[in-house]
Design a protein around this ligand. Structure first.
Ligand code: PGA
Length: 249
């Protein structure tokens, strides 16, 4: 079964609601694609403006985080219901920046994945190693562990509709992209891990992105690899050039 490419922008802490509307108006006619699904994951405050601007286009809107409780006394947090009501369809979970600066662990990632799935948001589940871990030769062990914990208590049917983003931390925002062979090696290992846990059908269906300094110049080579089904794109998703990543062929 051929998997459809999924290219998702991760805007991080950039763009005001006003700027959001402007950029999406610019992108809308450019990101039309026969072979890529297009998602923009934006700051929560930008979601209503993004949904309004993207209306009638092929762009789906996602969030960059959620909290795993339904509601209550969690000052500053945002629930799955809030995101859904605002029109988000996807949510990034466990980005390395959230793990590094905001104390997220594999366990909180798992809780958030379960909540997103329960509510009907598609999680984009992030994993990836540091440069030290790569040099220690533990990349694949590390990423397998992240994936196995992230998917605790997720059923096979639920798992196949999720998206995984492999993002080596040393490649994020550094301009140091993993080579397509390095990226394929780990994305292939992730698919193998999913196969061991859930079997062939889920492993064939689940989409695995590469992220880390993806740009218009390297997307085609990366996405041509058999186990790489698109990208999670930070810096390059803030510019009209994002459309060249979406239309990489
Ligand atoms: P980058 O970010 O494309 O700017 O390296 C990717 C990400 O953090 O998702």
């Amino acid at each position: 079964m051929a998997r459809k490419t999924i290219v998702a922008g991760n805007w991080k802490m950039n763009m005001t609601p006003t700027q959001t509307a402007e950029l999406i108006e610019t992108l809308k006619p450019l990101v039309v694609s026969d072979y890529s699904d297009v998602v923009l994951c934006v700051p929560a405050i930008d979601i209503p403006a993004a949904v309004a601007a993207a209306k009638g286009s092929n762009i789906e809107i996602g969030a960059e985080n959620l909290y795993f409780e339904d509601k209550g006394a969690y000052t500053g947090e945002i629930s799955a219901d809030m995101l859904l009501d605002a029109g988000a369809k996807y949510v990034i979970i466990g980005h390395s920046e959230r793990r590094e600066y905001f104390g997220e662990t594999d366990e909180t990632v798992n809780k958030k994945v379960l909540k997103a799935i329960e509510k009907g948001l598609t999680p984009i589940i992030c994993c990836g190693e540091t440069l030290t871990q790569r040099e220690q030769g533990i990349t694949i062990d590390w990423v397998r562990q992240q994936i196995k914990i992230a998917f605790q208590n997720v059923t096979a049917d639920q798992a196949k509709a999720t998206v995984i983003a492999y993002e080596p931390i040393w490649a994020i925002g550094t301009g140091k992209t993993a080579t397509s062979d390095q990226a394929e090696e780990v994305c292939g290992a992730i698919r193998q891990c999913i196969k061991e846990v859930y079997g062939d059908a889920v492993a064939e269906e689940i989409r695995i992105q590469y992220g880390g300094s993806v740009n218009a110049g390297n997307a085609a080579e990366l996405f041509a690899k058999p186990d790489i089904d698109g990208g999670l794109v930070g810096g390059a998703s803030l510019k009209p050039d994002f459309s060249k990543i979406v239309n990489y062929k």
